[in-house]
Ligand binder design. Structure first.
Ligand code: SF4
Length: 66
C-alpha cells in the first residue's frame, strides 16, 4: 500500500503535483496550496503519484510504502 502525505507548510503552490496526478492532488482556490484527494491511491495511480512527488520543487510530498 502507498500512502500520500503532504506537508502544507512546505507547499509552494506551484501545481506540478496536480498536473502529474490530477486524480490524487488538487489546489485550494484561495491560496493554491495543494490538497490530497486520495491519500491511499490504487496501483494504477502509483506511477503518477511518484512522478508528482519527484516533480514537487518544495519536497512537500512524502510517499509511505507499507
Ligand atoms: S508540486 Fe509541491 S509545491 Fe507544488 S503545489 Fe504540489 S505539493 Fe505544493
Amino acid at each position: 500500500m502507498l500512502t500520500v502525505e503532504l506537508d502544507e507548510s512546505r507547499c509552494a503552490a506551484t501545481g506540478q503535483c496536480v498536473l502529474a496526478a490530477p486524480d490524487v492532488f488538487d489546489q485550494r482556490d484561495d491560496d493554491g496550496v495543494a490538497v490530497v484527494l486520495d491519500d491511499a491511491p490504487g496501483r494504477e495511480r502509483h506511477g503518477a503519484v511518484r512522478t508528482a512527488a519527484a516533480a514537487c520543487p518544495a519536497a512537500a510530498i512524502r510517499l509511505v510504502e507499507s
